[in-house]
Write a protein that binds this ligand. Structure first.
Ligand code: SF4
Length: 361
């Protein structure tokens, strides 16, 4: 399904044709709905409610000739905890707070996002399986799929705390599980900080890929290219693990997180040049599921919610929080997200993200 085709369709064709396209799509089942979400989310801007807070510099009303608008939060990354059991040297979402919302408040915010147009939620951290040994995460996953009916529910984890029991209890509601892996050499993982005492990162990675297949969860791998691994050839192992998607990020500096005096990490020595990143990609060009993400693509193309459900604006090189959606609503908070919709589309932010569309079981 050429979903991307529809991203720009409304600006290019007469409205009667658009209506016909939409009617056709409604008969194409779920993928049709996904494409319609694109049409709604990216083409139809929505006027904000009256009464928005104008004290915040980022939320000042626009001139009368340009009415205030808001993007639809089609795909949201909810970093509900900052705590983690790993100590990756380049971590760009660090433990500057141990705050975690109670489950019922998190559910309230997730419902608000769904009502505002959210189609995909990704739970991330910190390490999302750390809180309540994965129960808090599992209950949110269940709520988003079973109650809110979201087409896609996913998780990004370092994998170390995941158990088969978690899959047995919550796996049916999860579409995609992404596990971080920067190297197939344990010594390199230790040098990066991607390890924990009594934990074997690579053994766990293979174990999780098997559980994903057994419990019908699409398996994904995330890799951060940095000074410790940019010369490595990971192709054979990645092909063996056969993830549905291999996301390869260029190590990114974020003030207050992994660079600057006030940060918990100092990742300057982990940063690779554009040429080094490119050489890593070239070395793995035979891996078809590889999805590269340079610094430029990555920085502003994610809608990031922090542990208090505040959107984080990275446009000035640090994560600057909006007000919480729980206090001011989604439309008001999203004005201060710094979200770059164009780059979101350019990096392929919308893809086949429901497990039944991704996998042949
Ligand atoms: S696994 Fe590493 S990068 Fe991820 S949250 Fe933990 S310390 Fe940060």
């Amino acid at each position: 399904m050429p979903i991307v085709l529809f991203n720009n369709i409304e600006g290019s064709f007469p409205s009667s044709l658009i209506t016909l396209v939409k009617i056709a799509l409604t008969h194409l089942g779920h993928l049709g709905q996904l494409a319609l979400a694109n049409v709604r989310g990216f083409i139809f801007r929505r006027t904000l409610d009256a009464g928005r807070d104008t004290n915040d510099e980022a939320e000042k009303p626009r001139a009368a000739s340009a009415p205030p608008e808001s993007v639809v939060p089609v795909s949201v990354n909810y970093h509900f905890t900052r705590r983690c059991n790993y100590k990756c040297g380049f971590c760009f979402h660090t433990a500057i707070s141990s705050f975690v919302l109670p489950l019922e408040e998190a559910k309230r915010g997730l419902r608000m996002l769904q009502e505002a147009g959210m189609q995909k939620v990704n739970f991330s951290g910190g390490e999302p399986f750390l809180e309540q040994r994965g129960r808090l995460l599992g209950e949110m996953v269940r709520f988003c799929k079973e109650t809110l009916g979201l087409p896609s529910v996913s998780i990004v984890s370092n994998g170390s705390l995941i158990t088969e029991e978690w899959f047995q209890t919550y796996g049916e509601w999860l579409d995609i599980l992404a596990v971080s892996c920067d190297s197939f050499d344990e010594a390199t993982n230790r040098a990066i900080g991607r390890h924990a005492p009594r934990s074997h990162h690579l053994d766990k990675l293979y174990q999780i890929s098997e559980w994903c297949a057994r419990y019908r969860v699409a398996f994904k791998i995330n890799t951060v290219v940095n000074t410790h691994n940019w010369q490595e050839d990971m192709a054979d192992q990645i092909l063996d693990l056969n993830p549905c998607r291999w996301k390869v990020f260029q190590c990114l500096l974020i003030g207050g997180e992994n660079c600057g005096e006030d940060s918990l990490r100092h990742a300057e020595t982990f940063v690779v040049t554009d040429e080094q990143f490119r050489s890593f990609l070239d070395r793995h060009s035979r891996v078809e599921c590889l999805v590269p993400e340079s610094n430029e693509k990555m920085r502003d193309s994610y809608l990031i919610l922090d542990e208090r459900m505040r959107f984080l604006d990275c446009t000035r090189g640090r994560k600057e929080p909006s007000r919480s959606i729980l206090d001011v609503g989604v439309a008001n908070a999203i004005c201060a997200s710094g979200f770059d919709e164009v780059m979101f589309r350019k990096r392929g932010g919308v893809y086949q993200w429901s497990k039944n569309d991704i996998m042949e079981w």
